[in-house]
Structure formats: C-alpha cells, structure tokens
Design a protein around this ligand. Sequence first.
Ligand code: ADP
Length: 297
Amino acid sequence: MSEDCSQSCGTCGEECADRKVDFSEQPHELSKIKKVIGVVSGKGGVGKSMVTSLMAVSMKRQGYNTAILDADITGPSIPKAFGIKEKAMPSELGLFPITSKTGVEIMSINLLLENDTDPVVWRGPIIANTVKQFWTDVIWGDVDYMFVDMPPGTGDVPLTVFQSLPVDGIIIVTSPQELVSMIVAKAVNMAKMMNIPVIGLVENMSYFECPDCDKKHYLFGESRIEEVAKQYGIDVVAKMPIDSSLAGGCDKGLIELFENNWLDPIVKTLEKSEQADALFVPEFANQDVPAQTGSRV
Ligand code: ADP
C-alpha cells in the first residue's frame, strides 16, 4: 500500500496489491467524478433524502461541483425538494442530468417517468440495474462530490448498489428511535463489510427548538448520538432538529434557499480531507462493532 493511501480504491488509479475487491462499473466517458458519498439509512422516512440534498447544497456553497444520484428508486424525493419539473432527455451520447437552480446536477427516476406519481413496481435486480445505468449512462461532467441517496435498509438492493458504485465514504442518517435499536449497527456493519469508511452519523429529528424561547426539547428523550457514535468509532456527528420550515421548503421545491449549519461538522470533515488529501481513513477499522450476521454476496 502506498504511503499516501487515501483508502479510496474506487477513485484511485494506482495499481496496488492492497486494492480492495472492486465490482464497480465505469462511469460514462464524459463524466469525471472525484468523490462518491453514499447517504444511507436503516429505513425510509428518517430524512436520508433531506440530508443528501442539504449536503449537496452545502458543498456547492463551498464552491465544489456537486451532483445527486437518486438511487432511492422506489421513493424518489430529490427532484421535488429541488422543485425540478422538467424531464431528463436522452441524447446520442447518453443521458444528461438536470441542473438545479444553484447548479447541482441531479438524476432521478422521477426525471424519466412520465408522471411523478407513477409507482415503480420493479424487482430488486431491475432497480439495482437502473442505478448502475445512472452511473454508467449519465453524462455527469466534472463533479467534485457526488452524493448518492441510497435505497433504504441493508438488503439486496443497497448492497448491489454499493458494489456497483465506487463509494468513497458513507453518511448514516438515523432518527432518535433508530439510535436505540440495532439499525445503526447494521448500517455500520454493512459499510465495514464493504470496506467503506463512515464519514459521519446524522441524528435527524433530534430535537425541536421552541421558536418563542429557543429552548431545545428532546421529544424522544435526551440524544444518545455521541455515545452511539463512540461505540462504533465514528468521530463526526451532526444533529438536525424537527423544523417545519425545512419540511415546507422541501415540499415547495425550495431546499436550495434553506440556510442552516446543522451539517457543518460533516461539511468541514469533507473540506478538511480535501486539504489533507487523505480522504476518509476508516475510523472504525480497528473497532469492535457489535456483531451482526451477514455476508458479502
Ligand atoms: P427518507 O429519504 O429517509 O425516506 P425524507 O428525507 O424523504 O426521508 O424525509 C421524509 C419526510 O420527512 C419528508 O417529508 C421531509 O420533508 C420530512 N423531514 C425530514 N427531515 C425533517 C426535519 N428535520 N424536519 C422536518 N421535516 C423533516
């Protein structure tokens, strides 16, 4: 292994004896994607798409070219959050993503379906294949950070997606209730099995801040995120409150106008790793993660 190893085999071109097993597909020849960050959650509805969107918007504000690959094929909510109504058009060269108002490149199944409300009733392999095509057939251009809104859970579909895309690191999104269950352990273990570092843990809907007195109310009990993160060797944590203006902004397609600093710890970690050029050393590599069963297919 080279001394400068960044642990990012997916996007490193070095021939190296320690290269991790790589099932990944090649991106379109007109795409140059530097880093791929997967955003995962144990189940749907915990705010994974919200965090994906906010991360892409925040990194764009820091001056990076960002993109979102919406791999949540059965629950695609990214176009709505960005207020995108137009459809992606194929060309002879491939499929172009839609560019949001502030310049985030986006591809989602809802940009291809005739009606946003058409259900996607496909089996796992077809879903996984669609995600692969979003990687291989979309002309993404120059992207510094691609955020992938992963299918929820740790089943077959997310696993295949992980294996198809060269994911450099993941952000785990949880709700306070998930933190007290084994769901986070499963996500951490999946990342470990795939040899993908966990960049940060986000507790969404962590608290409610009273607009009158600014007091934080922990509706689901005091947050345990620091304790849980420590247990899994995750250094970076972020807490997001329940915020009706955030939900409203998303519903109106105005996520890009939303200013907040909740995800700053993760944004700063990405920026720091840019400067250090030593991205995502797997923090949990030597940690004992509570055992879960599961094997790589
Ligand atoms: P997932 O991608 O995990 O299925 P979403 O990001 O689509 O979840 O969020 C589910 C719903 O909850 C959406 O309507 C979203 O606007 C809302 N939501 C998510 N996070 C928050 C939050 N912190 N405050 C208020 N509403 C939120």
